[in-house]
Design a protein around this ligand. Sequence first.
Ligand SMILES: O=P(O)(O)OC[C@H]1O[C@H](OP(=O)(O)OP(=O)(O)O)[C@H](O)[C@@H]1O
Length: 161
Amino acid sequence: MKKIGETFANAFCHEGVTKVLTLESSGISPALMTAYELGVPLLVARKRKPVTLSENLYTAKVYSFTKREETEIFVSQSFLHHQDRVLIIDDFLANGQAALGLTDIVAQAKANVAGIGIVIEKAFQDGGQLLRSRGFRVVSLARVASMQDGTVQFAEEVMCQ
Ligand SMILES: O=P(O)(O)OC[C@H]1O[C@H](OP(=O)(O)OP(=O)(O)O)[C@H](O)[C@@H]1O
């Protein structure tokens, strides 16, 4: 995770990132290390609204590929402002719904998406294309081309300096 954080921090070091944003729960580890390396705060979008989160919220709908269900995600408006340049980090990219929901939250705050960092992109699903076609810079540390008969085949590595 430390190495992953260093790699994302390196890839987005010229983007003026002010905050890292992820969605609970699996994205937290790489996002935390990236935020630490960049020296900026980490924001975690929640999937269930705790009773303590009663203030004004940005919300978006996200359909989970792995759980086959739609959830509403929440970020407190207190922590995201229009001056922010937000780096979205997640562990997996499949259909792109999680990342897209996070870009929606950034847009609601009238902030900017500085980029999207993904640990493993399932390149045989359309999330990567969806996000790139919308103009987002997506950096994936590993791209899986196929998973068949118990064998994982990787596409080319897309590592940034
Ligand atoms: O590109 P997508 O199709 O949106 O899929 C990627 C999302 O799926 C996984 O989350 P999951 O819903 O399994 O929740 P978890 O992180 O709590 O395991 C993963 O952590 C991403 O957030």
